[in-house]
Design a protein around this ligand. Structure first.
Ligand code: FES
Length: 221
């Protein structure tokens, strides 16, 4: 979260983009005259809220940062006497996870368009390090999103009998697929977290000229 905040401030209103590449923090690149801050602020809160309310990350940050609990069979610190679970502000906001999921799926579709566009430059096929990184990143993000516990529940969690439910057969197929990748959700969470940062750093270096890559449309080429 700290890195995200820092990078969206760094690029200002234009975003990290270079040739066919666009940093995932800035996608979709929204440019409004009335918005004085970084355009990423209009978008980046969605994946941040999605990750911040993720069941896996909740387990990780509650244990690591809030010591809730610090370890198995270790009692919680005394200052947590008034803890109300996720029934009071701010933790009640974690119940919005499924809604952040819907928004995150829209952002994911846009990132797929960006990844495909990264293989297309000046009316021809283009393959660069950035294209491959963007593709790998969106595959990891898709794995993270589609292994989500809330999505698995949405597909089949409320169904007692697939053969009796509407569209039961395709739902059962999707539910089995989600069940297959769901145990790896934590691994996808970390891998996609790293890949987003790696893509952003790479495009930042390329757009600043530090890596020597030069596209025709870029000033100075
Ligand atoms: S549970 Fe982790 S993204 Fe939904």
């Amino acid at each position: 979260m700290v890195y995200s905040f820092w990078t969206v401030i760094q690029a200002g209103g234009h975003g990290w983009e270079h040739g066919p590449y666009l940093s995932p923090f800035y996608s979709p690149l929204l440019k409004f005259g009335w918005w004085p801050f970084s355009s990423a602020f209009l978008v980046a809160w969605i994946p941040l809220a999605f990750r911040g309310t993720c069941y896996y990350y909740r387990k990780a940050y509650f244990r690591a940062f809030f010591w809730d609990p610090p370890a198995c069979a270790v009692s919680e610190p005394q200052l947590r006497k008034n803890y109300n679970g996720e029934r009071a502000f701010p933790w009640i906001l974690n119940n919005l996870h499924r809604f952040f999921l819907y928004l995150a799926v829209i952002i994911l579709a846009i990132l797929w368009i960006d990844a495909v566009n990264a293989f297309h430059y000046t009316n021809g096929l283009y393959i660069g390090v950035g294209s491959v990184l963007m593709l790998a990143n969106v595959i990891l993000l898709t794995s993270y999103t589609f292994s989500c516990h809330a999505l698995r529940h949405l597909i089949g969690g409320s169904v007692d009998c697939f053969s009796c439910a509407r569209a039961g057969r395709p739902r059962h197929g999707l539910w089995r697929l989600a069940t297959l990748i769901n145990p790896y959700h934590g691994a996808f969470a970390w891998a996609s977290l790293v890949s987003v940062a790696v893509v952003d750093i790479y495009i930042r270096f390329v757009s600043s000229g530090a890596l020597g890559s030069c596209f025709g449309a870029h000033a100075g080429c």
